[in-house]
Design a protein around this ligand. Sequence first.
Ligand code: CA
Length: 227
Amino acid sequence: MHRILVVEDEPSVARGVKDALVFNGYLVDHVDEGERGCQLAREGSYDLLILDLMLPGMSGLEILERARAHGVTAPVLILTAKSQEEDRVRGLELGADDYVVKPFSVRELIARVGAHLRREDRKPGVASAQIGRVEIDFSTRQMRCDGEPVPALPKEIDLARFLVENPGRVVTRDELLVKVWEYPVTGIQTRTVDNYIMKLRHKVEPDPTRPRHIITVRGKGYRLAHA
Ligand code: CA
């Protein structure tokens, strides 16, 4: 199920967009303020972002810029007014994927959201990767060390894949719970991620007590370093 963040301060627009997205089967979080929107956009691990431009706290363009700088690759759709032509161009330069001019038809918005998400889903993932001592084939979902098979749990493979697909970037526990374990909401306290990171380290790290590949970033999460 796809998760979408809507940052829009105009209540009637926000309600219309949210209702239509929910009706079409998406999980939606809505924020009506820029700074909180920016935080969620960066850390909430959404599949798609819908950003209004003029917002209290922080503009949609700034949210977009900060999210991209943070390594967020999800499609971003911006909502603009007719008079905001320059902002629209700036938005596309900053890495927005699409824009919709207000007033817009909700059907059109939904169609565009669907198109972007289908395109994302079709992107091929990484086929294989070497992390430290092990080679992982994501198509056969097998791990090998020096040619010998290494038994691995399905979620270990999924976790490794997510790290490989986000190299060098700090991924948070929340993000991993949503993307790898498919939790529908963030903020759940569990040791699941930490336990699986430990399992994975015992396979890939020459010395699991001194990780060189799966690095802990204190208070934030984990980062894959190809050492
Ligand atoms: Ca606005």
